[in-house]
Design a protein around this ligand. Sequence first.
Ligand SMILES: [Mn+2]
Length: 291
Amino acid sequence: MQAKNYFTDSESKYCVYKNAKAVIIPVPYEKTTTYIKGTKNAPRAIIDASKKLELYDEELDAVTANIGIATLNPLKACQIAQVMLNEVKARCLSVLNDGKFPVLIGGEHSVSLGFLLALKEKYPDVSVLHLDAHADMRDEYKGSRHNHGCIMARIREHSSAVSVGIRSLSVEEAKIIKKNNYKIFWAKDKTDIGIWAKDILAALGKNVYITLDADVLDPSVLPSVGTPEPDGLSWNEVLKIVKAVFKKKNVVGFDVMELCPSPFNKGSDFITAKLIYKMLGYKFFITSGGI
Ligand SMILES: [Mn+2]
C-alpha cells in the first residue's frame, strides 16, 4: 500500500507508514471536469514538486517532515463514481483507524464525499470548511449528481459547511444558498481577513474537515487550475484562515483538490505542495492560543 514515490524528500525512516503521523492519500481521479482537463495528473505533480521543498519551516521553527509523512500508492482511478467514492472512503477510514492524520490529494473535487463519509464514522459531528472559487452547489450537472460541480450539495446532505472565497456560481445555486441560508464568505466581501477568520471559527463546530480547491487562490498566485477565477485569495489570506482553524479547532483531516498541472507553469505544482506542507505544520506544531 505504501508508495515508493513519496511526499517530500525526507529521510526514508520518516516516510515509513508505521512511524508516520500523517498519511498522504493520492487520488488521481478525473471524470467530470468541464474546462481545462488534467487534474488527474495533480497527485503525481504535487509529489514530484514536494521533493524540492525546504523542510524547515521558519514560521514554526520546525522540520514538519519529522512528524513522519507516509504516502500511499495512488488509488486506481475507476470511472464509476460510486465505486470511487467507496474506495476513497475505505482508504481514508483505514488511515483513521490506524490513528493517523489523513491528507487526500486530488484529482477532482467529487471524491471529497468519500473522505467526508469516512470522517463521519469517527466524528459524527464533523463540520466542513470549504475553500473554493466555486459554490459547487448544483444538485446535478451534466447528468450526474457526482459531478465535481455538485460536491458541496452532496457534502451539505451530511454535514454543516462553511464556504470561503466563493466568486462563481449559477443562478440556481444562488437560489439554493439563499433559500437554505448557507454560510458563505464571498470573495467580493473580503476586507479584513482577521475578522473573517473569527467569523469562520464561530461558524464551525469542534471537529473540522478542510476541503480546499486550489482555485480558491488567486490565479496570479496559482494559475494551473481547471477553471480559474479572478479576485481570489492571496497566499497569506489562505494561510491566515487555515492557521486560525488549526489553532482553535480539532482538524481531523484535509484535502487539496483540483490542481491542473501545466508544463508551462510548474510553479503551481510547487506552491500546492508547499501549501500542503504548511497545513501539516500547522496541524502538528501550533498550539491553541489567541489569533
Ligand atoms: Mn473550484
